[in-house]
Design a protein around this ligand. Structure first.
Ligand code: ADP
Length: 373
């Protein structure tokens, strides 16, 4: 072997990718180390053989014809193009590879093929796909878990209220001089609460049928008023007042009515809870609506309660974080998911004096603007 030949062989064998050179009839002339590893043949076994041995059908039978066609038409099928092919290992296993073929000019043409084994690449791709689908499954499960716990939380509230009101009715009726109007009012409250629980369950059904929420163009002030009616009894029973500062004629928002009610309800209840465990100056929860600088409708609920220390504030949006004996720690995390799904923001700010203000925004939609103009 001449020095040049030895140098050439060293180069070939140093290449990481399989390199195969064939003559114009498809006979293998060069088969480097990497090719030996990938195909399982020793060069000595395969040199002089037809390259079609390295490919499965249908290419195997057609390969000679490919070469003849190229000689006559010069129309390349693979030469100079490079494409994904299937290789055949000595042990019969097929594997995917990327193949680029060049023509070596000379008296008798030769072809040099450089391959890249794609098995590893495809295995990685498959693993990534599997991981993605597992992740999606886990996300769905945790969403479902969070939602179920959320539903339990939301149904539990009206059920507790119903039981309280039913007890009150019972007490009134055992008192001979009961006030019929008061009794009727309390029965109305029971109906309201039962409807609210029913609505939550209906939403769950809707969710399992179709995962999208039902959105409509609605006035935020109407949603706030409806929510007020739902918590009115609760507010009075706990000796609170709700102060409303609603900006009239706000542009409407495209929202799921029930979900936004749920958010407002959570914020009002949290505000009352925070004030019950703090010596508040006034038992007043203030709810405001207005339009912010980003063309979003903004609803704020402020209290004069305990406020938020830094270590608590960090965790309040985590699912299951609660500082209350009977809390679920889901109110704020679910509320935030709802508002985020609506394209808005839910956050809080510390009040100048006592307590905090929780607020959320809802973008004013383009359709809305068109409709108003
Ligand atoms: P839960 O009300 O069941 O505890 P939330 O997710 O609604 O669940 O609230 C999580 C925690 O955030 C509460 O336990 C409380 O510590 C804190 N928090 C929420 N709202 C307020 C508020 N207005 N003032 C002070 N702390 C609050």
């Amino acid at each position: 072997m001449s020095m040049q030949e030895a140098y050439f062989e060293t180069l070939m064998n140093a290449a990481v990718d399989p390199i195969i050179v064939i003559d114009q009839n498809g006979r293998i002339e060069i088969f480097n180390k990497a090719a030996e590893e990938v195909f399982g043949y020793a060069a000595s076994e395969i040199l002089g053989e037809n390259v079609s041995r390295l490919m499965p059908e249908p290419d195997r039978s057609a390969h000679d014809q490919y070469l003849i066609n190229y000689h006559t038409s010069r129309n390349p099928r693979i030469i100079g193009v490079g494409r994904e092919v299937v290789g055949l290992h000595k042990n019969g296993m097929k594997f995917p590879a990327l193949m680029s073929v060049g023509e070596v000019a000379g008296e008798t043409p030769r072809f040099i093929g450089i391959m890249r084994d794609l098995s590893e690449h495809q295995r990685l791709e498959r693993e990534v796909r599997e991981m993605q689908s597992e992740l999606a499954h886990a996300t769905r499960l945790s969403e479902l878990g969070e939602m179920t716990a959320g539903i339990a939380h939301e149904v539990n509230q009206p059920l507790t209220a119903i039981s309280t009101y039913a007890n009150a009715c019972h007490r009134m009726l055992t008192n001979e001089q009961f006030d019929a109007t008061e009794l009727l009012n309390t029965l109305h409250l029971i109906t309201d609460q039962a409807q609210r629980a029913g609505e939550v369950v209906r939403r769950l059904r809707a969710f399992t049928k179709k995962r999208s929420s039902q959105r409509q163009l609605l006035e935020i002030n109407t949603i706030i008023d409806t929510t007020n009616r739902l918590v009115e009894a609760d507010i009075r029973a706990r000796n609170f007042n709700l102060r409303k500062k609603l900006t009239p004629a706000l542009p409407r928002v495209f929202v799921d009515n029930i979900q936004i009610q749920q958010v407002v309800l959570n914020l009002i209840r949290n505000a009352m809870d925070a004030m019950e465990s703090a010596p508040a100056r006034e038992n007043v929860v203030t709810i405001e609506s207005n339009l912010d600088d980003d063309n979003c409708v903004r609803v704020s609920v402020s209290d004069q309660g305990t406020g938020l220390t830094e270590d608590i504030a960090e965790k309040i949006f985590d699912s299951f974080f609660t500082t209350k004996a009977t809390g679920t720690g889901l109110g704020l995390s679910i509320s935030r998911s709802i508002i985020t799904a609506h394209g808005g923001i839910l956050n809080y700010s510390h009040n100048q004096e006592d307590g905090v203000t929780f607020y959320f925004t809802l973008p004013v939609t383009i359709e809305n603007k068109n409709e108003d103009s």
